[in-house]
Design a protein around this ligand. Structure first.
Ligand code: ADP
Length: 281
């Protein structure tokens, strides 16, 4: 069965919209884009469109790639203190002369809708988070929707990045799975992936997972978005044709994890707005 991330993301978006419309003030996202990287421009534009669809206001700050770090930090500080702003998103990557860590740490945790701030990472680890990292939280929602419980399952994760693999494993652990992390130093990747009841692949390595590397009935979640430079088409880390034959559930690329990540961002903006409304009365 092919998991339809697009359809589920539309359902989530409609739910967010219904809740946003009930609020006294529309939730508001401030998106900061530094430089002119074409991929980043597309991402930010998509996020603005998603906001509009979900009844969320958005503001956009376009800064030149020469902007001094101190100036960017000053803008973040201003947004932290702006009562009309519920969520702050700084599109990564940033130019070399700016420390991403410093910028991430400067965003107020209550407005950190990417959930990259160490306080939100810590809360996610201990299972008390409200703002959750978008890609893994979107995947958890997808598993729930399709009635796939991680409880007692062996979940194998390929990739340990801070934004995808690592938090994914912790969220699955909090959902009572047995978790194995694989990464570049893993000696025998196929021996690991063959054990997976649920296999989550976020390596950014095209055709990494072939049919012989999975067992029958496996659930496969392909997080990667690899772009073919010639055709411009997107494809994942999983050889879909081969693995689909053995999988009980599998996500397509595109149309799987991508739209779920975007939907989770909308959920986070709404959650941040609701928390702030509660706190500020
Ligand atoms: P993403 O943003 O999709 O999480 P990153 O590029 O940040 O991707 O990280 C890629 C991750 O995938 C790293 O943790 C790396 O160790 C892992 N990885 C990449 N190639 C392989 C491979 N051939 N086998 C196992 N793990 C890999």
């Amino acid at each position: 069965m092919i998991i339809d991330g697009k359809k589920l993301s539309e359902k989530i978006c409609a739910q967010v919209r219904a809740e946003a419309e009930m609020m006294r003030r529309r939730p508001c996202l401030a998106a900061v884009l530094v430089g002119e990287d074409p991929a980043s421009q597309i991402y930010v534009r998509n996020k603005e469109r998603d906001c509009a669809k979900c009844g969320i206001d958005s503001r956009r700050y376009d800064l030149p790639d020469t902007v001094p770090e101190a100036e960017l930090l000053a803008i973040i500080d201003e947004l932290n203190n702006d009562d009309a702003v519920d969520g702050i998103l700084v599109q990564l990557p940033l130019p070399e002369h700016i420390s991403e860590r410093k910028v991430i740490n400067a965003v107020s945790p209550e407005k950190d809708v990417d959930a990259f701030h160490p306080i939100n990472v810590g809360r996610m680890v201990t299972g008390e988070g409200t703002l959750m990292p978008c890609t893994p939280a979107g995947i958890m929602a997808m598993l729930r929707e399709y009635g796939i419980s991680p409880d007692g399952k062996h979940c194998v994760i390929v990739g340990r990045s801070n934004i995808v693999g690592r938090p994914m494993g912790l969220m699955l652990l909090n959902a009572d799975a047995t978790v194995t992390y694989c990464h570049r130093h893993t000696k025998d990747l196929a021996a690991m992936t063959r054990q997976a009841d649920i296999l989550i692949v976020a390596a950014g390595s095209p055709r990494l997972i072939t049919g012989d590397m999975v067992k029958d009935g496996v659930v496969v979640i392909d997080v990667a978005m690899n772009r073919d430079p010639e055709t411009g088409k997107f494809f994942g880390d999983v050889c879909f044709d081969e693995v689909e034959k053995k999988a009980s559930f599998i996500t397509p690329v595109p149309g799987g994890v991508g739209p779920m990540t975007r939907a989770q961002l909308m959920k986070n903006i709404l959650a941040a707005a609701k928390e702030r409304a509660l706190k500020n009365g």
